[in-house]
Design a binder for this molecule. Sequence first.
Ligand SMILES: Cc1ncc(COP(=O)(O)O)c(C=O)c1O
Length: 426
Amino acid sequence: MAETKSLGFNTRQIHAGASPDSATGARNIPIYQSTAFEFRDVAHAARLFNLEEVGYIYSRLTNPTVSALQERVASLEGGVGAVCCSSGHAAQVMSLFPLMSPGKNVVVSPRLYGGTVTQFSHMIKRFGWSAKFVDFDDVDGVRAAIDEDTRALFCESIANPGGYVTDLEVVGKLAQELGIPLIVDNTTATPYLCRPFEFGATLSVHSTSKYLTGNGSVIGGAVVDSGTFDWSASGKYPSLSSPEAAYHGLKFHEALGPMAFTFYGIAVGLRDLGMTMNPQAAHYTLMGIETLSLRMREHCRNAEKVAEWLEGHSGVEEVTYAGLKSSRYYERGKRICPKGLSGLFTFSLKGGYDACVEVVNKVSLFSHVANLGDAKSLMIHSASTTHRQLTPEQQEAAGVKANSIRVSIGIEDAEDIIDDLSQALG
Ligand SMILES: Cc1ncc(COP(=O)(O)O)c(C=O)c1O
């Protein structure tokens, strides 16, 4: 489908980026399992390499199955383009890569998936980049942390391990005022529940391994560009505004306008970093994404019921679900994610760590895995696993406690999920 933006979300999650295969009529997007694509002639090859014509060269850069997913995710998020990557973590690096250079920093919320805190605290330093962690609820603190070398702001819309919602309205306004791109990890909320670009975000990133695929089958990621940021205005983004030595001097922004970031991500980012999504993964995600809205509605409905039930249990100290009226993020959650607060949250137990161990060992419907966003209900003790590499201070800032369990509520019958928790909690 060429023009899909005016169609509704349910229609686009099934049709955007895809039409019957022109060669065979295959109704589903085939898995184009090909490393390379034949050029018509030398001039055709040169035009493709010059970005004068869009087409397929080599699957590290572009592949028809992956392109269909890119178009679909971009359409659902309301962006102009997307770059699919080998994982959510790869997508985070790919979102920063065109913006950063040695000595530059990104101002980051501490309420993030533990792996992201580690990636930003340690790994990116090897590129000469750094992260400044600041509480995004303290907008003056965020403003104060931004300096001449800041090239982006980064946060999660609904933060893993759940229960916290970033005030994207406030942070988006600040980013626009200061001319700094806001990058939102929209993995937990998905484009169905949260629209970061409507709050002023420039880019969104996703771990497509989670709700977008929705069945725990493949690892992948995506960076989506709103197409609204002026990469040339401040002179701070030379990879996009100045002649790019790594691409025969092309000025991406001048040549490609709103598609500059996406083309740069593919032509330079994927070409040189090689964090490419494979067509099998793209196929599974395309299949899963067709039911995204239906699943998210069920995840939210079930999570609300389970969170309410947990809140009433005598052994439970606290439930962090932002969809609960008792949550301090309830009103904000309704503003930022009006259709629901997803299926991820934590609950803490009065019995401490030992009680957590007992519950995790006793559940049978829940799977004890390091994942979220599956149709199946999942559970993990975050402090000893997903957020283990964090310092105690970082864990506290991320909302991870020794006596809390993270749950990703699936789309089974809510009564069965509650029964399983009931027998495990005793
Ligand atoms: C919110 C969030 N962002 C990013 C990631 C990283 O994604 P991936 O595992 O696909 O690299 C995760 C993984 O759990 C996550 O929960």
